[in-house]
Design a protein around this ligand. Structure first.
Ligand SMILES: Nc1ncnc2c1ncn2[C@@H]1O[C@H](COP(=O)(O)OP(=O)(O)OP(=O)(O)O)[C@@H](O)[C@H]1O
Ligand SMILES: [Mg+2]
Length: 582
């Protein structure tokens, strides 16, 4: 029921229109009764029963007109009401669909790395598309069908009882059995659709991952393996779907058979009552033509239950995602007018579950200075960058910017002062120009070009449409080094007070790297730099170099200090330069 309450809350702004649909449904059953009732009356006035039990046929065309005119008027009115009802329900459900999708999308934007690490993008796509659609389908079709079906059944039953209660009793006597069968089915089907939804989500995730990783798949000639993987998931989805249908098929003959029996009971009981003179021809005709109103709602029960189960599975998933609060909260309000860019890590430790990945890390970077971080893969370099930009929060200790804990900063203001290039470069499938100006779309074209030049990205001019060239998804169509340079230009274009470069020049040749370093030294704004690299050539000019080992700072100092120390850094220097000092 939480799901229904949640739905009602989210219908805010459309509730009036949606309820009006139900109000219209309240009138509709009247039209269901009108036709059979008038037909019955017409038959009774043509075949008039005389007191001796025999029938007199009255041939009078004028008898035909009044009921026909009423029927035409009723049909017209019903069409108008149906039309309004569809217009109202579509407007409200499409409104809800839009709101819900936006709410989910906004919520996703708020989430942190912990969240995105815990849920696959395929699952998120399923939520944003099919789950939201399933909610709308229930709103448009299922709830209304349940309401109008129940109402039509009640009105038809009342009508039967009002006209001939004995006959009515025979008709509705079967309905409790249909109810019992339906509820047993409902219990059987519980959980099946939740599992079905999960399998669909796995199928989507698999497809998405495969498409994104197509280069790796091809490189390892694993197409057939991936087809098999997809086939397994498709098969698992098909099996679950089939299982759901089989459960339904077990109950379908019972529910359908009982519903059909109602129609047979009408003819049987009707015939007996007619012979006994307890029912007129007209009444029998009215009853038979109305018998669908009693049977139809039951026949639909199975499908309605299935759709309801799907609704609960989808709504439950949406609710659980919406209930996930990011661990990194933007609750701080510190937003000073000036930004100096002093960075301090004070006894910072961090765990991924039980795995301690940073251990008591302390260092400072004064405003405008450059700090470089080196270390083996997995030693925690990217994590330091992630903590500084608050992708995660420190488990112990503090990360401070300008002497203030990053958790006290207004997160948007803090990030607004940072220019970040992530290790795994991501470019949007948009123009090169828009990619560089991503942090500030109002950036004039000459500025975009200036930052591209600083990042040694002159190659853009040689591209087919220069800065207007569309970059393929995830930067397809560009080399690794080209992507890195566009990402660097994007980070510089926000004139950051703190620049974080994670392996940004790893795929760039030495000559270009040297040029980029010179450019970074000559920036026309104060910029504190945190440079993560594996090559000593990328870090040797830094004001301070940290060498990380298994989450701890093992060595720290300038290039010459670390060489003098004669430990791991000096060793690396030997390996990377072959001992030739420049
Ligand atoms: N999302 C995560 N969940 C669990 N463990 C993680 C996660 N991200 C990183 N780690 C672990 O944290 C440790 C530090 O990772 P980090 O990415 O900072 O390494 P790194 O020094 O940047 O390595 P590289 O040079 O390969 O980029 C690694 O042992 C890694 O396995
Ligand atoms: Mg890394």
């Amino acid at each position: 029921m939480t799901e229904l309450k949640w739905l009602w809350e989210n219908l805010k702004g459309f509730r009036g229109r949606y309820l009006l649909c139900f109000a219209i449904s309240l009138i509709t059953p009247v039209f269901v009764i009108i036709n059979p009732q008038l037909t019955g009356q017409l038959v009774d006035s043509v075949f008039k029963q005389l007191p001796d039990g025999t029938y007199e046929t009255i041939v009078d065309a004028s008898l035909l007109w009044p009921p026909i005119l009423i029927m035409v008027a009723a049909r017209f009115l019903r069409t108008v009401l149906d039309y309004s009802s569809v217009a109202l329900v579509e407007a409200s459900s499409l409104g809800l669909l839009y709101n819900l999708r936006m709410k989910l999308y906004r919520h996703l934007q708020k989430q942190d790395m912990n969240f995105f690490g815990s849920i696959s993008s395929g699952d998120l796509m399923t939520i944003l598309t099919s789950d939201v659609d399933m909610v709308r389908h229930n709103l448009v079709f299922v709830f209304r069908q349940i309401f109008s079906g129940a109402l039509i059944f009640i009105i038809a039953a009342v009508y039967y009882f009002a006209v001939n209660w004995k006959f009515a009793l025979c008709m509705v006597a079967l309905t409790p059995f249909i109810f019992v069968a339906s509820f047993v089915y409902r219990n059987k089907v519980k959980g099946i659709y939740k599992e079905l939804r999960q399998r669909l989500s796995k199928l989507n995730s698999d497809a998405q991952e495969n498409i994104e990783g197509n280069r790796v798949v091809k490189a390892f000639a694993r197409e057939n393996y991936e087809i098999k993987q997809f086939d397994d998931k498709s098969e698992s989805f098909r099996e679950q779907n089939l299982y759901a249908q089989k459960v339904w098929l077990k109950f379908y003959p019972i529910i359908d058979g009982l519903s059909q029996s109602v129609a047979i009971a009408t003819i049987l009981a009707g015939g007996i009552f007619l012979i006994r003179g307890e029912l007129s021809y007209g009444e029998l005709i009215a009853f038979t033509s109305l018998s669908w109103a009693v049977t139809e709602p039951f026949k639909m029960l199975g499908q309605l239950f299935n759709d309801l189960q799907r609704f609960f599975a989808s709504a439950g998933k949406i609710i659980s995602v919406l209930a996930t609060e990011p661990k990194v909260q933007n609750t701080g309000s510190y937003a000073p007018a000036d930004f100096r860019g002093e960075v301090e890590f004070r006894s910072v430790s961090f765990w991924f579950d039980d795995n301690k990945v940073l251990d008591d890390v302390s260092f400072t970077i004064p405003s405008g200075k450059t700090c470089a971080i080196m270390g083996e893969t997995g030693s925690g370099k990217t994590l330091i960058a992630d903590l500084l930009s608050r992708f995660y929060d420190a488990a112990e200790g503090q990360v401070l910017v300008d002497g203030v804990d990053v958790r006290e900063w207004d997160l948007n203001v803090l990030r607004g002062h940072m220019g970040i290039t992530t290790q795994d470069v991501f470019l949007f499938s948009d123009t090169v120009d828009s990619n560089i100006a991503y942090g500030d779309f109002g950036l004039p074209e000459e500025e975009v070009k200036r930052y591209a030049t600083m990042a040694a990205a002159e190659f853009i001019d040689t591209m087919p449409e220069g800065y207007a060239t569309i970059v393929g998804e995830r930067g397809v169509g560009l080399s690794g080094g080209q992507k890195q340079r566009i990402a660097l230009a994007r980070a510089l274009a926000v004139k950051p007070g703190v620049l974080i470069l994670d392996d940004t020049t790893s795929a760039v040749d030495m000559e270009t790297e040297k040029y980029i370093q010179q450019q970074l030294e000559q920036l026309d704004f104060v910029c504190t730099k945190l440079i993560i690299a594996q090559r000593i050539s990328s870090v040797r000019k830094a004001d301070c170099i940290l060498l990380l080992d298994n989450g701890k700072i093992a060595e720290r100092g300038t290039h010459s200090e670390l060489l003098k120390l004669g430990r791991e850094y000096a060793n690396l220097w030997q390996i990377q330069t072959g001992g030739i000092t420049q």
